[in-house]
Design a protein around this ligand. Structure first.
Ligand code: DOR
Length: 428
């Protein structure tokens, strides 16, 4: 059956489009965009007063399957994505077993095909078991369909191995995504090092731990000519290093999470483990620098780093709680409220960083509403007022650093391959 999205404000940065129009979807593809389309035998989505955008892509999600299904699984994680208006997620390799072979990539893709509510791309590990000692079979994993490679959660401290990883991945034009944090300097720290950590009496992690790792990674990307992507940038120094490297022509790209763009380390006050993430939430000065980086394109994309943990895991003394916060069901609302309505990003910039740019970066066939493109669409209600309540999440993890926060803006619909998967927050 065909689908007709009526009367929405269609915004597609890839074609400079911002107009009230109807969008006809046929056979899972965008068939026509016009001021008025008459449809017979079509399902109609009334988008009056809403924005019709290319489907949002989250290039950094933890679905936790296999191994940690108590925290999340393919079904619950992708339902959370659909509920939040995200039509593609990339799942990270820090599962049990770690996704470090083609067999595991194929097995995961087979389960995704059966269970996922949205598109899922698989990220393979860079090193076997994420141990940072021996390269994983990236070539085989690429052949099995891995989109990129990352030891997310761990920095590959051995420079010789990281150099080899970059060289190996560049042989098949794949990107290495680095969790850039010098673990020797970060060791023993549980939050950002600064005034707040001192007041709370929690040992801190200095921003320098990230700056050092980003500097090393960039130097090796420059040496090898390979493509490096820096995950969850959180420091002013890292933004500046990436800015300078880009200006020199180094093939480096970067991402920022919604939480690092909108929260400071004061979210941890009260020993709030829901706000314990890696890298840690920083001070306003760093948040401001990350926002500037996203605005001027130094940081290419915005991600969630949706990292679900159970209530039991998090309901412990601050230092023992695992790092991670869910984000799939709040990212659009928080970005609209704190980045768009505040004038930090235009709507076009926000849609670019959360849809078109990740598609370009990872050479996906989506992130736009061009005729003939795959019909992944996110419908936004820019002004919907609502309160974030974790207990209503589709994710198995109900803990969010945004709990109880009033927000203006929400995803009102999600369409994947021409099929409505979410309407008014309900996953279909
Ligand atoms: O906060 C985080 N949690 N950051 C990471 O890089 C890993 C993630 C996890 O897997 O829980």
């Amino acid at each position: 059956m065909n689908l007709l999205i009526k009367n929405g404000r269609v915004v597609d940065p890839s074609q400079g489009l911002d107009a009230i129009a109807d969008v006809l979807i046929s056979d899972g593809k965008i068939a026509k965009i016009d001021g008025h389309i008459e449809g017979s035998n079509v399902e109609v989505f009334d988008a009056k007063g809403l924005v019709v955008a290319p489907g949002f892509i989250d290039a950094h999600t933890h679905l936790r399957e296999p191994g940690y299904e108590g925290k999340e699984d393919i079904e619950s994680g992708t339902k959370a994505a659909a509920a939040g208006g995200i039509t593609t997620v990339f799942c990270m390799a820090n599962t049990d077993p770690v996704i470090d072979s083609s067999i595991l990539v194929s097995g995961l893709k087979e389960r995704i095909a059966r269970k996922a509510a949205v598109n899922v791309e698989v990220i393979g590990a860079v090193t076997k078991g994420l141990k940072g000692e021996e390269l994983a079979e990236m070539g085989d994993m690429a052949e099995a369909g891995a989109i990129a490679f990352s030891d997310d959660g761990r920095w590959i401290a051995n420079s010789r191995i990281f150099r080899s990883a970059l060289e190996y991945a560049s042989a098949f034009d794949k990107i290495i995504i680095s969790h850039a944090e010098d673990e020797t300097l970060a060791a023993g720290g549980y939050m950002n090092e600064g005034l707040t950590s001192t007041k709370l009496g929690i040992p801190g992690i200095p921003a320098a731990a990230e700056d050092i790792a980003v500097a090393r990674d960039i130097i090796l990307a420059e040496l090898t000519g390979a493509r490096l992507h820096v995950a969850h940038v959180s420091t002013k120094g890292a933004v500046e290093l990436i800015r300078q490297a880009k200006a020199r022509g180094v093939k480096v790209t970067a991402e920022a999470t919604v939480h690092h763009m909108t929260l400071t380390d004061s979210a941890v006050v009260g020993y709030n483990t829901a706000a314990k993430v890696s890298p840690p939430l920083r001070t306003a000065e760093h948040v401001e620098a990350v926002r500037r980086g996203v605005k001027d394109g130094t940081i290419d994309i915005i991600v969630t780093d949706h990292a679900p943990h159970s209530f039991k895991d998090k309901d412990v003394e601050f230092r023992y709680a695992p790092n991670g916060a869910v984000g799939l069901e709040t990212s659009i609302a928080v970005a609209l409220t704190d980045l768009y309505h505040t004038g930090i990003l235009t709507l076009e910039e926000m849609i670019d960083r959360m849809s078109a740019a990740p598609s370009r970066l990872f050479s996906l066939d989506r992130g736009n509403l061009k005729i003939g493109s795959r019909a992944d669409v996110t419908i936004l209600d820019l002004n919907k007022e609502w309160t974030i309540e974790g207990r209503k999440f589709y994710s198995k993890s109900k803990l969010t650093p945004f709990e109880g926060k009033r927000r203006r803006g929400k995803a009102a619909g999600a369409i994947v391959n021409g099929k409505i998967v979410m309407k008014d927050g309900i996953v279909l």
